[in-house]
Write a protein that binds this ligand. Sequence first.
Ligand code: NAD
Ligand code: UDP
Length: 324
Amino acid sequence: MGNLRRKRILVAGGAGFIGSHLCDALIRDGHDVICLDNYYTGRKENVYHLLNHPRFSLVEHDVELPLELDAEEIYDLACPASPVHYSRRPIQTLRTNVLGALNLLELANRKQAKILLASTSEVYGDPEVHPQREDYLGNVNPIGRRACYDEGKRCAETLFFDYRREKGVNIRVVRIFNTYGPRMNNDDGRVISNLIVQALAGGDMTIYGDGSQTRSFCYIDDLIEGMVRMMNGADDFPGPVNLGNPAETTILELASQVRALTGSASRFVFQPRPEDDPKRRRPDIKLAKERLNWTPKTSLDEGLRSTIEFFRSQHVKEEYGKIT
Ligand code: NAD
Ligand code: UDP
């Protein structure tokens, strides 16, 4: 555990993709971890391997409701992250972001706990400056279909900074850029899981628009390292800080890479691009480098290989399940 003392840590949204990897890392570091989730997009299977661990506990709870438990650190990750899921129930997405942040900040205030918000690059909307730095105020359409997520996270950031200013709560805010890796759901709806699942099944690979829009994809292990560094960083650096991999790729290039790595013969099919879908996205990570000494280490090629391996093993499990 290095020189870090054992702490009691709450991970809200801990049964999701990022949350479950964070639980793993915190358990590995010797901490007591409480994973809290309402299983809207997360799954118990993601933390199944931790269930019998003496320092791990699982709590079913909706962060829209107040909660009472002991924790010295709180990670607020509770919120669906895929556009497919967050726009399915937009009012709930807003409630989760705003009421969830309020309830967790109240808890942090009562317990004198440190609290970190998993915010998003979506606070920059469809950005007019490129790459995006933390001082860019963004270009969000407040009445569009993505607004429940973008504005929900923007409001959560506001709450975090107001709790710091008004009540002295010890906060951290990270703005996460597109992250991928093992444990994404088959039906998550985000581009990397969609393309891999489609390629492995030999079905059509869906490209929205002409595929010229860009994203910068960060591998999960790199992101977790950055989040934990931020939580353990200096109290006078609340953020916001961008966490992402600055290597930028078009969706068409990504699809070609996935097709090549899976050895698939799938066709590309072009579908309409969703409303307000950002045209370009790439983080400027100078601040994270300077303040957290953090840079992502995993190339897209390496990260895609291990993610493809994960989806392959899932597929084998499913097939085996059908036979037995
Ligand atoms: P995910 O959907 O896999 O995980 C979110 C978890 O939160 C799920 O387990 C879900 O069941 C839980 N949850 C949702 N609403 C809840 C509620 N009301 N009460 C309790 N739990 C609730 O998504 P993820 O990719 O793991 O994202 C985790 C966090 O990181 C989210 O806050 C997301 O906005 C943020 N983020 C993710 C990315 C990314 O690329 N994955 C990028 C930017 C920000
Ligand atoms: N996308 C795509 N095919 C898919 C899913 C997504 O071309 O099957 C596109 C989507 O329109 C967007 C990019 O890939 O331009 C990233 O989408 P994702 O939902 O993964 O993340 P976000 O839009 O939140 O960055």
